[in-house]
Design a binder for this molecule. Structure first.
Ligand code: DGT
Ligand code: CA
Ligand code: CA
Length: 572
């Protein structure tokens, strides 16, 4: 049993209660909060329960007696009575149906009541027969939108967020290392390339004890079943919901295998062509010369070197022109995690964050940052309990009067860009700030022209330093809103506004192709985490991955500057 399972059930209870007249808003919120807490726990909740029982559960933020009892019930009996009862009343596959964009619980319920739709298959059938467009409140356009939503859902199905997949791969590598059965081990595939989503995990190892390694691998506690097992390649299906290949290789071909299995396929195909043009042969076993001698199989770097090119960082290996660049010895020195001096987009418990400013700042210090900006939501964003002008002024006073020690704390806000392009706070409040982030959170379905105008008007106000999550997409959940990024980039350039690379695993916005497309502008970027709790500060590495996939260097990123240069760049 894992945390995700329980979190899903609690979320579903919340969802069903929200449909139930008998339940209060507070009750719904309580279940949502508890689900969120559990989904972000670092250790299995059953361990916490084993250690301290109900009491230990109730010490977790947002978990009261009732929910603690539910969790106990689930740990003991594998089910929760309240959930079973609600499920009888609402026999609907909410988890699946509500993953379609635009399909909330209420709509799903309506479709169930009117057409008996319980799951995705029912829904597809009803669409085929055009039974939905004739329903009151639905119409042709709804039918189209639902169809689009299903397409997006199916496209994303089976690909896991990098933010979920990478820690799983790392934990497998760690355990295999600790087993002392492997001499060398590393992550390859799309995970190493830091793609935003991952199809399956690819792990490569060198070992003299092949069979023992494979036995150890297949008996890891998060292995659900063995798909195939052999001494050099084993595939398992993991409980987290993706599969993992482990290959055990010979030392003399390890580099070639690392190169091959890191991919991408497009990059490999192009690289093999280069090898052929030089009279070599390249495959997963090595780089072979005319006499079939392996001249570069043991070490990945030497393969690129022997082919007469720069080493290409994994994040660039997508067949997007990086090989031509490497042949000209023009591979840039990409930005690295250690270049980052601070985080400029974070939230605290004054709005929808989970931690206090002190806690966020302390964690930033632990990471070694020189500065952090606290940027809470503004009043229009009601679901995030956004703050008004007065509340910001008060909060800033509090920040000023706190001794944070050896780190600079920047006063900021994530200001809503309203429908008409104005900002959600008064100018005199914005003037108080060190770092103003602007973002769109509402009215996302405008035309491209309107949305572009709206955002440019905000950037032209002269108050904005960073435009956050510029496309608004949520991976596997929501398409980007329609916006002309090139026009926005021109406005950003002329107003000295940095475009954000949001590191939150389901945002990663801008993404790699946006960044590459914008590389013709003289733009600055800001890699931020959008943290809503201390643990989110560690998402920075995913934003770095995206920046590297967009070929960015340190000097294009404002939060690699030292404090003084940053403040002067921000115009403060
Ligand atoms: P994924 O798993 O869909 O997120 O993406 P990858 O890139 O991890 O792909 P995967 O797991 O199918 O294969 C791992 C690597 O192996 C891939 O990046 C490149 C290499 N590879 C797989 N199939 C082929 C192929 O048909 N030709 C070449 N040249 N390389 C391949
Ligand atoms: Ca893979
Ligand atoms: Ca694979």
């Amino acid at each position: 049993m894992d945390n995700k399972e329980i979190a899903n059930i609690l979320n579903e209870i919340a969802l069903m209660l929200s449909l139930d007249e008998s339940a209060s808003k507070f009750e719904v919120r309580a279940y949502q909060k508890a689900a969120f807490t559990i989904s972000t726990l670092q250790e299995p909740i059953s361990d916490i329960y084993k250690r301290g029982g109900i009491k230990a559960l109730m010490e977790l933020p947002g978990i009261g007696k009732t929910i603690a009892l539910h969790i106990e019930e689930y740990i003991k009996n594998g089910k929760i009575k309240k959930y079973e009862m609600l499920k009888k009343k609402y026999p609907i596959d909410f988890n699946n149906l509500t993953s379609i964009t635009g399909m909330g619980a209420k709509r799903a319920l309506l479709l169930y009541k009117k057409l008996g739709i319980k799951n995705m298959d029912d829904l597809k059938k009803a669409l085929e027969q055009h039974r939905i467009s004739s329903l009151e409140g639905f119409g042709e356009r709804s039918e189209e939108l639902i169809k689009k939503g299903i397409e997006l859902y199916e496209k994303s199905k089976g690909r896991m967020l990098l933010g979920d997949a990478l820690p799983i791969a790392e934990s497998i590598v760690k355990r295999l290392k600790e087993s002392n059965l492997v001499d060398k081990i590393m992550i390859a595939g799309s995970t190493r390339r830091m793609r935003e989503t991952v199809g399956d995990l690819d792990i490569l190892a060198i070992s003299k004890k092949q069979e023992q390694v494979m036995d150890f691998f297949t008996s890891l506690d998060n292995v659900e079943r063995i798909v195939s097992k052999g001494p050099t390649k084993t595939t398992v299906w993991l409980k987290e919901g993706l599969s993992c290949d482990l290959r055990v290789l010979e030392p003399e071909s390890f580099g070639a295998a690392v190169q091959y299995f890191t991919g991408s396929k497009e990059h490999n195909i192009e690289l093999r062509q280069v090898a052929i043009s030089k009279g070599y042969k390249l495959n997963e076993y090595g780089l072979f010369d005319k006499n079939n001698k392996n001249i570069g199989g043991d070490d990945e770097k030497s393969i690129y070197e022997k082919l007469g090119m720069d080493y290409i960082p994994p994040e660039m290996r997508e067949g997007r022109g990086e090989i031509a660049l490497a042949e000209k010895h023009k591979i840039p020195k990409l930005v690295e995690l250690t270049d980052i001096q601070g985080d400029l987009h974070t939230h605290t418990k004054e709005t929808d964050g989970a931690n206090s400013a002190e806690e966020m700042v302390d964690e930033a210090k632990k990471i070694g940052y020189k500065y952090i900006a606290i940027t809470n939501h503004t009043k229009s964003l009601r679901i995030a309990r956004g703050m008004n002008d007065l509340q910001f002024i008060k909060f800033f006073k509090k920040l000023e009067n706190t001794d944070f020690g050896d780190i600079k704390v920047l006063k900021g806000a994530e200001v809503d860009i309203l429908e008409d392009g104005t900002l959600d706070l008064e100018n005199k409040t914005l003037k108080e700030m060190d770092c103003v982030i602007a973002a769109v959170h509402s009215k996302l379905s405008m035309s491209e022209e309107e949305m572009t105008k709206r955002v440019i008007k905000a950037l032209d106000s002269g108050y904005v330093n960073i435009f956050a999550h510029p496309t608004g997409r949520l991976i596997n959940e929501r398409e980007p809103y329609k916006i002309n990024l090139e026009k926005v980039a021109e406005a950003a350039e002329r107003n000295n506004v940095a475009l954000e690379i949001n590191s939150f695993p389901n945002r990663l916005d801008l993404n790699d192709s946006n960044i590459l497309m914008l590389s013709k502008y003289n733009l600055m970027f800001s890699i931020n985490t959008d943290s809503h709790r201390t643990s989110h500060l560690y998402y920075m590495r995913f934003g770095i991955g995206m920046a590297r996939r967009g070929w960015l260097t340190k000097k294009q990123i404002i939060n690699t500057m030292d404090y003084k240069s940053l403040i002067s760049w921000l115009g403060k």
